[in-house]
Design a protein around this ligand. Structure first.
Ligand SMILES: Cc1ncc(C[n+]2csc(CCOP(=O)(O)OP(=O)(O)O)c2C)c(N)n1
Ligand SMILES: [Mg+2]
Length: 336
């Protein structure tokens, strides 16, 4: 039970609030299941869970419109689920099966969906940031009023290419929201050991990019900040920085020895700040939902996640011949 007093009165409808609860719960249960399958040896390689950070992507997806784009890092399952990609396809990709979104050849960090405007899934820290600006450049060129959400971490915020990107994005007034998911750690390195200032959102000042810090454990605060950032971009005013202060409950990846923080620190965040518990309390105390309504949502989510897990076990491994496919883009030669 969270001890947090709800700082904000919800200015969203009961239906929206329920949708946030549902969407955050889907991510949490999906990730818990992925952790279990990893433990059973059904998922191999890298696997970075998003547990604890759910309010970030759910709040920002609520601020997005059809056709807006998103690009993120290797901690990407939550982003895929929040933009509507099929949980079965995501889970089967984690288990390396044919039914996966990259037909079992990409794994946790390498899934895309042009249909949902999801552009990955990138393993190189910071490298997705210029790509995000590129997506926004294309939209500006096409004058289509779309916005790109470019997610990266507090550790990535110290990468040189981020600042080259800030310069170009500001120079060309690109419609990009730079979302810094500050979960306070970059692998085992705490922010205060790696980062010269506690306020990463001010890092755009030198380029004339406005920024603000947001409570990432409060989905309503994230949605409000997202609305503001998106309105700024759509008005043609260029990029915007949101530093969303969040926390990951699990290790950096499944192979994290977790020696850099105490169990008590994690437990305190879970007990006092949990974003899902926060919305649950808002729903119940505001009489927007009953315990039974929430149980029904929990049941629905459990079924979706169990189906995804079954599918990801039953789907066959890719045929060896698949090694030779998807290597070159299928485009007509230039100057032929
Ligand atoms: C260029 C590069 N350097 C180092 C790594 C190894 N590495 C993977 S994740 C990570 C930490 C990044 O932390 P942060 O940006 O805070 O994101 P988080 O994992 O907390 O979501 C590092 C150093 C990498 N993948 N790419
Ligand atoms: Mg981090």
């Amino acid at each position: 039970m969270s001890t947090r007093k709800s700082a904000k009165k919800p200015n969203v409808s009961a239906e929206e609030l329920k949708a946030y609860y549902r969407d955050m719960l889907l991510i949490r249960r999906f990730e818990e299941k992925a952790g279990q399958l990893y433990g059973m040896g059904l998922i191999g390689g890298f696997c970075h869970l998003y547990i604890g950070q759910e309010a970030v992507v759910v709040g920002l997806e609520a601020a997005a419109e059809e056709g807006d784009k998103r690009i993120t890092t290797y901690r990407d399952h939550g982003h895929m689920l929040a933009c509507g990609m099929d949980p079965k396809g995501v889970m089967a990709e984690l288990t390396g099966r044919e039914g996966g979104l990259s037909r079992g050849k990409g794994g946790s960090m390498h899934m895309f969906s042009t249909e949902k405007d999801f552009y990955g899934g990138h393993g190189i820290v910071g490298a997705n940031v210029p790509l995000g600006a590129g997506l926004a450049f294309a939209d500006k060129y096409l004058e289509n009023d779309r916005v790109t959400f470019t997610y990266f971490g507090d550790g990535a915020a110290n990468q040189g290419q981020v600042y080259e990107t800030f310069n170009m994005a500001a120079l060309w007034s690109l419609p990009v929201v730079f979302v810094i998911e500050n979960n306070q750690y970059a692998m085992g390195t705490a922010q205060k050991r790696s980062t010269s200032t506690p306020d990463i959102y001010t890092r755009g000042e030198a380029f004339g990019i406005p920024g603000e810090a947001v409570d990432g454990m409060d989905v309503l605060a994230v949605k409000d900040a997202g609305d503001k950032a998106v309105a700024h971009c759509r008005a043609g005013k260029g990029p915007y920085i949101l530093e969303i202060k969040t926390y990951r409950y699990r290790g950096h990846s499944m192979s994290d020895p977790a020696k850099y923080r105490t169990r008590e620190e994690v437990q305190k965040m879970r007990e006092e700040k949990d974003a899902i518990e926060h919305v649950r309390e808002l729903l119940l105390s505001g009489k927007h939902a009953t315990e039974d309504d929430l149980k029904a949502i929990d049941k629905e989510i459990k079924a979706i996640v169990n189906d995804a897990a079954e599918f990801s076990k039953d789907s066959p491994e890719p045929d060896a011949a698949e090694l030779w496919t998807d290597i070159y883009a299928d485009v007509a030669p230039q100057n032929a």
